[in-house]
Design a protein around this ligand. Structure first.
Ligand SMILES: *[C@@H]1O[C@H](CO)[C@@H](O)[C@H](O)[C@H]1NC(C)=O
Length: 588
């Protein structure tokens, strides 16, 4: 079977490249491509611009939206009692502090980077890595609404209405990022405000992205040569791409179909999910899909690497969230979620060895080859979303085991924040897994052995030197990527678990996180990613001059919401996309 072997070798090479790319991307300081704000004309054709491009492969038929009545799920949120006056005062003080930080960043974005994708928070410049379509502005629309900043919201909507999506200086558009940030941002701001201008922009982005599905098998192109498509060239779906990028279009497309009553977007993504469902049981780790899949051949079950972290994450996230979004109209999502959650809990979660033997869990990566399943005991800031996700799934579908795992995952993220000198978790790290979920005695020798195993220069230095040089807190076997890039996932899960359980200590953990993050990342203008959260406590980590749109779109929104009254964006009325944009749920 040389063809298969060659293909799998190609895949292994691709995964290696992708992993390299991930870490390379994570550690180089090269600036993103620049974009000259070429007097971008007001959107002339809007959605029509995209509809007028000839279609080469029209769908044979369009699957209609389900018409079944939505079901009543159990509540995601717990019922909160009356709030004591003292607790309320503390909460409102914290809420104001979050809003102050947001306002400072928004003001600087408005002054120095208005309508570009990002503010450069140290130098005061601007960056355009996401098409030059004002990513920060669109990502922050719903946050402005939620924070009750109506004048700023109105100004931003007016500006958003003039974004011209038919033009970009990028050669290649990332369909996934465009979907979660722009389409998700417009849909949610429309769901909250009802402003029709936002719906028009959502439809415009929806028409643009729909063009990426114009391939022989109607599978999408995820890294998309947009100019070729505009000029009417034929296109084919790629033979290898990331499961997260093809598996995370579902919520935005479906919500757009529900709002517009035009089923074509739902139809487009449901084809992907049907193929994923068909092949979920036949992968090397049944229940989970490999990191890299083929859209061209619709192969979702060949490959050995599995993770719920980077490059896969939101494909899993959207399963129970689709049930919430559609009020359970398609039972397949619950089935897919339950299989995935069961496999993830069994294979990917591990209890790390810590000095105090804390009862926590971390989600690692798994290789499954020839029936042998091996765990890579890594951790990522990004995978902290999983605690929130298992909370949502556990509550919707009455799965106590998911809530129990979620609690330990969230506690694991909180623990990891506390274990680092500035109170912030790094992008990636490795730990030492206990053999049993019941825990293990702290074993300094075992820890050092693992440090040495992972060190690249084991001959050159002693293990104690490595620990000192790499500033490894006890329990951490290596820290490959030391940055903190203003990510939301830890506070996201703390927020969701708080709304589901009412655990008061989570409010204090959130506040500690917020203070640590603000202290460590603030600049004169705004907040910035930092290069090294392992820097000694008495040294400020160097600022990286980067503020991705998710800082205003996600991180500060979740911080604000956890300190808001618990019926503000109730999880029983809304479900968040992977960019923290709340969409209205269908409820009976
Ligand atoms: C955020 O950090 C900056 C810099 O340390 C500080 O001036 C500001 O007061 C902090 N904001 C809040 C709300 O804590």
């Amino acid at each position: 079977m040389p063809v298969v072997r060659r293909r799998s070798i190609a895949w292994i090479a691709l995964i290696a490249t992708l992993t390299l790319f991930y870490f390379w991307n994570a550690s180089t300081r090269s600036p993103p491509p620049s974009y000259t704000d070429a007097n971008s004309r007001a959107a002339q054709g809007g959605a029509d611009f995209w509809k007028l491009i000839p279609v080469h492969y029209p769908p044979q038929s369009i699957r209609p939206l389900p018409t079944k009545a939505p079901v009543k799920y159990p509540n995601v949120q717990t019922s909160f009692g009356k709030e004591p006056a003292e607790a309320r005062a503390i909460r409102e003080h914290r809420q104001r502090a979050v809003k102050l930080v947001f306002t400072k960043c928004w003001t600087s974005y408005r002054e120095y980077a208005w309508k570009s994708d990002e503010l450069a928070p140290v130098s005061g410049g601007k960056k355009n890595p996401f098409g030059g379509w004002a990513a920060t502005l669109v990502d922050a629309l719903d946050t402005l609404w939620i924070m009750d900043m109506k004048p700023e919201f109105d100004e931003a909507v007016q500006a958003a209405a003039t974004i011209d999506f038919s033009k970009t200086d990028l050669d290649q558009v990332n369909v996934f990022e465009t979907n979660i940030r722009y389409l998700g941002g417009f849909i949610s701001a429309f769901d909250l405000s009802g402003d029709e201008r936002l719906l028009h922009k959502a439809v415009e982005v929806g028409e643009m992205l729909y063009k990426a599905f114009d391939t022989p098998n109607r599978m999408p192109i995820t890294r998309w040569a947009i100019h070729a498509a505009v000029s009417g060239k034929r296109q084919t779906a790629p033979p290898s791409l990331l499961i997260a990028e093809i598996g995370s279009l579902t919520m935005e497309f479906t919500r757009l179909s529900i709002i517009t009553e035009d089923a074509k977007w739902f139809d487009a993504v449901q084809r992907i999910m049907d193929a994923m469902a068909d092949q979920q049981d036949s992968t090397a780790l049944p229940g989970l899909w490999p990191l890299v899949v083929s859209a061209k051949d619709q192969i979702f079950n060949i490959g050995n690497m599995f993770t719920l972290g980077a490059m896969a994450d939101s494909a899993y996230e959207y399963l129970p969230k689709m049930s919430a979004l559609m009020g359970g109209q398609l039972p397949i999502y619950q089935k897919m979620y339950e299989k995935a959650a069961t496999a993830a809990i069994k294979h990917a979660l591990y209890r790390p060895m810590t000095p105090q033997n804390e009862d926590i869990l971390v989600s690692g990566a798994v290789k499954s080859e020839n029936g042998e399943v091996t765990l890579d005991a890594q951790g990522q800031h990004l995978v902290c979303f999983l605690g929130g996700l298992l909370t949502v799934g556990g509550r919707l579908f009455n799965r106590a085991q998911d809530i129990s795992a979620a609690t330990k995952l969230v506690d694991g993220c909180i623990w990891t924040y506390k274990a680092l000198p500035h109170g912030i978790m790094p992008e990636t790290f490795h730990m030492v897994p206990c053999h049993s979920l019941d825990g293990c005695e702290w074993d300094e020798k075992a820890w050092k052995k693992e440090v040495l195993r992972l060190a690249k220069d084991k001959q050159a230095t002693s293990v104690d030197d490595i620990i000192k040089r790499d500033r490894l807190p006890p329990g951490f076997a290596s820290i490959p990527d030391r940055r903190y890039i203003l990510r939301p996932e830890a506070i996201e899960s703390v927020f969701i678990l708080y709304r589901a359980t009412g655990r008061a200590d989570l409010l204090d953990s959130a506040w500690t996180m917020f203070e640590s993050i603000n202290r460590t990342t603030s600049t004169k203008l705004a907040n910035s990613a930092v290069w090294d959260v392992t820097a000694p406590q008495d040294q400020q980590p160097e600022r990286a001059n980067s503020m991705e749109s998710f800082w205003l779109g996600e991180t500060l929104k979740y911080f604000y919401l956890i300190f808001s009254e618990t019926d503000v964006i109730s999880l029983d009325e809304y479900v968040f996309n992977t960019e923290a944009h709340p969409f209205k749920r269908l409820v009976p």
